[in-house]
Design a protein around this ligand. Structure first.
Ligand code: PXP
Length: 245
């Protein structure tokens, strides 16, 4: 079955707008868990613009489904991950000035550094996932450094859809499909995410090699209108329908 990882970062965005403790991302995690999420994703950014250290503490204490801890490849984040030993660690590129994670990690360019960086995380029992573009050299490099999982960046595909560039969008789906098959053939587990909505999820959910989708911003936005349970259930329904065709 295709797993749904629910990213709760933007509950923290709303909380931080007022600088208090409400709404609590750990409460959102517990609710998403109760509504059928298969995992919870949270990105502790260097600048702590949304998720904070105390949120990770609380999520680790309270969740019974896996936490996918997203982080940049820095010593500080590695130490935090090694302290918590979450089920999965997803390594993402991070730029201070970006609104969200814009591209995939340049694994091929930093292969040695990343191989050394992920080794202790693997030794601690974390599943290491690398967030990359659907690009063969990046996939090959992720495999060589010893990652067990890659997460393919679906942001470009979603942007083409939103801009009405349907030829480019369909080419991007073809590329994601081909690269998911390639990564799977190397023995990597394939995940995907970024920017997915009800309108864009199905062509990605239909790719058989993809085992997990990580979805946040749209689901949290939709939860404001229809509630978390309805938002997650509808996303699940669309994912399952795409898979059963
Ligand atoms: N996967 C990764 C690696 C991400 O960095 C993000 C955004 O934090 C997501 C998935 C979820 O993206 P979105 O919030 O656009 O659904």
């Amino acid at each position: 079955m295709l797993r749904l990882g629910v990213n709760i970062d933007h509950v923290a965005t709303v909380r931080n707008a007022r600088g208090g403790a409400y709404p609590d991302p750990a409460r959102a995690g517990a609710l998403a868990q109760a509504c059928g999420a298969d995992g919870i994703t949270a990105h502790l950014r260097e600048d702590r613009r949304h998720i904070m250290d105390s949120d990770i503490d609380k999520l680790m204490e309270t969740l019974t489904i896996p936490l996918n801890f997203e982080m940049a490849a820095t010593d500080e984040m590695q130490a935090i991950a090694l302290r918590h030993k979450p089920h999965a660690v997803c390594i993402v590129p991070e730029k201070r000035e970006e609104k969200t994670t814009e591209g995939g990690l340049e694994v091929a360019r930093e292969e040695n550094k990343l191989a050394h960086f992920i080794a202790p995380l693997r030794d601690a029992g974390c599943r290491v996932s690398i967030f990359i573009a659907a690009d063969r050299p990046q996939i090959e490099a992720a495999h060589r450094i010893g990652a067990e999982v890659i997460e393919l960046h679906t942001g470009a595909y979603c942007d083409f859809h939103a801009e009405g560039k349907f030829d480019e969008r369909d080419q991007e789906v073809a590329r994601l499909t081909e690269m998911a098959t390639f990564a799977h053939s190397l023995g990597l587990e394939v995940h995907a995410g970024h920017g997915l909505t009800y309108d864009t999820v199905q062509p990605i959910a239909a790719i058989p090699e993809i085992k997990e989708l990580n979805i946040g911003h749209f689901l949290m936005g939709e939860a404001m209108f229809v509630g978390m349970e309805n938002a997650i259930k509808e996303m699940r329904r669309l994912m399952d329908a795409a898979r059963s065709v």
